[in-house]
Structures are given as structure tokens and as C-alpha cells.
Design a protein around this ligand. Sequence first.
Ligand SMILES: [Fe+2]
Ligand SMILES: [Fe+2]
Length: 172
Amino acid sequence: MKVKKVSEYLKDKDYYQIIAPILTSSEFLKRKRYIHHENCSVYEHCISVSYLAYKICKKLKLNYADAAIGGLLHDFYEEPWQDHLYRKDPFFKQHGFVHAANALDNAMKYFPEYINERISDIILRHMFPLNIHPPKYAESWIVTFVDKKVSLDVLKPSKNMFKYLGLTKKNK
Ligand SMILES: [Fe+2]
Ligand SMILES: [Fe+2]
């Protein structure tokens, strides 16, 4: 599984049709300005996770549309995670622990007509095992793995791992 430029993924018409209403919404487009990690925006990161999970689910005859939407919204949290670094949040309130639930709340706020039980599970459980409740659906497991794979590709070397987890070593 190789991570490519997101413009390549968006050329896939079947995929694009599924995600276009969310992708082109003004609220989702704001994520172009949210930095995920290194040189990658949240917008790009979410498309990569969404598309690769979509392809795997399609191959495995799983619910690829839910994987595409869940993948796209898995990091749809309200504000850039870097903003949290300046707060004195307790350890278990740091971004890595809370952003999945926040992303689901936010997805329900802006795109309620797209959210079903499987998509909720994809979003809410994608930080397993950091969030201790494991995913319930095969599609959720796939998004969880793809998210880590995509993030780790961006985050070599491994010393940046804490950044991926949304944790600071010292919460000063
Ligand atoms: Fe995440
Ligand atoms: Fe992610």
C-alpha cells in the first residue's frame, strides 16, 4: 500500500461521487489550513485514509462507501490540534485521547445525514489502542490500520511518534 498525492485519489470517479458533498463543503475545506503532521494538512491526510480504506474494503467486499465517509471524517475534530499544546490539559484530555469523540460530535453536527452506526464506530474507534475500546466492524479496523500506516509514512523517523499520537512528552 503506497501513499500517493491526494489529487491522484480524487481522479477515481466512483470514489469521488461518494465523498464529494462532504469534501467540497466549506466546513471540510477549512481542513486544508489545519496541519496534520509535517507538510501534510488534515484535508490531505483524511483523503488518503479514506481512499486507501475504500480500496481495501472494495476488494474485500465490505462496505466501501462507509469506509470512504468514515475515513474522510475520522479526524474531523473542531480545531487544529496544535492549539491544544498551549493549554494545560490534563494528560488524558490531550488531543490523542479526545479527538476521536470530538470528531464524531462534529461530524454529527455538520453531516448528520451521512452518519450511521458503522461510520460512527469508524470515527470513534480509530485511535485504538490509545483509546481502549476496540473497533466493532471490519471497516473500522481497516480505517484504524490505514490511519496508522499513512501517518507513519509521514512521520519517519519514529521520534515523531508522540506527535502522531497527539501527545506532548511534557505538558508544560
Ligand atoms: Fe486521529
Ligand atoms: Fe488520522
